[in-house]
Design a protein around this ligand. Structure first.
Ligand code: NSS
Length: 441
């Protein structure tokens, strides 16, 4: 028995079934389910690209029939048969099974733990290594991959060069309360990165337009549907760029990610029953409102937010519900924003930063803006924020040697993909989620 049978018919994936109507093919995958009806069996196979229903007759194909009868869920199988167009079948095609090779049979004494019924989310998260086999989870992971592909395509097309940032860092980028400390070699202290920003600021001064894309870490004690402790961020940074350049880049990037998913992952979005009409309008221009306007809108809707408040989930949801595409809120009070944000020359109490809020309650998907480029101001900011100056000496070098106005942002991949997929919680859109109480499996 060979797990990579090459003899019989041409080996295809379920996704390709439509191109092989009336042809004999071989599929390699797993048994998702099998239903028995007298002398006929109706197995459902999956192979990671989709699911397909089969029909197998005892009279015509006794070998295949006996192999499939009572076969346990998730047993691995290589199946040969004829593809037939069948309007009522999911995917529009079925396979008339003629031959079955069992690669591994799941023992009846130890059946596959995830049955085709509702399970609690903790049960599923404990078995995340198996849960990802379900059609819904597989569809989400394919959409995630498409979002990454499209994002990279867009950034590269805009002339940005990928320059990766390190994961071990000597200092905080986004405040000290969510830092993961690691015991580095010989008891040196290091931290897992919260953002690649400081490093892309350096590579921007070397290459002009750059981005980093990688995992970032925050010891978030929050147990919300928008927080992970390990998440992926795409962070562009450009020399000689300002706040409005970054808002334009952000709306172009997000539109391209959404439109690419709609175009290239239609089947997966259908599997998720995503209302894609809600994504169709996601094209530039996105509305831009100032923080002060945002406060006014919130107050008009009965929310008591006042100048100086940061926005939480409720405020973000209320604001974004006003629009059919993401909204960008700019010029927040400097006092509630990170140490590196450049003050507005007209209103030094405001920061030249922006957040992009996704529709349908998915909250902030982008945060960024213009950076402090003046050496003295940056030193002052570090001191006000009680950050260790020694660890930031290399960062200050960027202001010592040829400092220029520059700007960038960070796009949270999981929040963006959760919105595109319409999932309840962002933990479903990363293969192995890390949250406040979970590092297993
Ligand atoms: O804290 S951010 O708003 N901004 C930064 O880290 C900047 N240093 C990025 C930059 O300018 N280069 O985080 C950026 C985005 C935010 O909008 C969210 O979409 C996402 O990162 N984010 C998260 N996603 C999931 N889980 C958690 N805990 C999380 N925190 C931020």
């Amino acid at each position: 028995m060979s797990a990579i049978t090459r003899d019989a018919a041409s080996v295809i994936t379920i996704e390709q079934a439509g191109q092989h109507d009336a042809q004999q093919v071989t599929l390699r995958g797993w048994l998702y389910n099998v239903r028995e009806s007298g002398k006929l069996l109706f197995p459902i196979f999956r192979d990671g690209t989709g699911i397909i229903q089969g029909v197998c007759s005892q009279k015509e194909h006794p070998q295949a029939f006996e192999a499939l009868r009572g076969l346990t869920q998730e047993s691995s199988v290589i199946v040969t048969g004829i593809i037939r167009s069948e309007k009522r079948a999911p995917g529009g095609y079925e396979i008339g099974v003629t031959k079955v090779e069992i690669v591994q049979k799941v023992p009846e004494s130890d059946p596959y733990p995830i049955q085709l019924k509702e399970h609690g989310v903790d049960f599923l998260l404990d078995r995340r290594h198996l849960w990802i086999r379900s059609p819904r989870q597989a569809a989400i992971l394919r959409i995630r991959a498409e979002a990454i592909r499209a994002a990279r395509e867009y950034m590269d097309g805009q002339g940005y060069t990928l320059t990766d940032a390190p994961v071990f860092t000597p200092a905080a980028c986004e405040g000290t309360t969510t830092l993961f400390e690691v015991n580095y070699i010989d008891d040196q202290k290091a931290y897992l990165t919260q953002s690649g920003q400081l490093y892309v600021e350096a590579t921007a001064m070397a290459l002009g337009k750059v981005y980093t894309f990688g995992p970032t870490f925050r010891a978030e004690k929050s147990k919300t549907r928008r927080h992970l402790t390990e998440f992926w961020m795409l962070e562009p940074e450009a020399a000689y760029a300002d706040l409005s350049d970054m808002m334009a880049l952000g709306e172009g990037l997000v539109s391209h990610m959404v439109q690419s998913a709609l175009k290239n992952r239609q089947r997966e979005l259908e599997t998720l029953k995503r209302d894609t009409a809600k994504l169709a309008n996601v094209r530039p221009p996105f509305p831009r409102i100032s923080y002060e306007e945002a406060i006014r809108i919130l107050n008009e809707h009965g929310n008591s937010a006042k100048m100086g408040d940061d926005f939480g989930g409720d405020e973000e949801t209320l604001l974004s519900s006003e629009y059919d595409r993401p909204v960008m809120v700019h010029r927040y009070p400097a006092a509630i924003k990170a140490f590196y944000m450049q003050p507005d020359p007209q209103r030094p109490d405001l920061a030249l930063g922006f957040d992009m809020l996704a529709p349908e309650g998915y909250g902030e998907i982008i945060g960024g803006g213009q950076r402090v480029h003046d050496y003295d101001l940056l030193v002052k900011r570090l001191r006000e924020n009680k950050l260790p100056e020694e660890a930031f000496q290399w960062y200050l070098d960027l202001r010592r040697y040829g400092s220029v106005p520059h700007a960038g942002f960070g796009l949270g991949l999981e929040r963006t993909v959760a919105w595109i997929c319409g999932t309840e919680h962002i933990r479903e859109v990363i293969p192995f989620p890390r949250t406040i109480y979970r590092v297993y499996p």
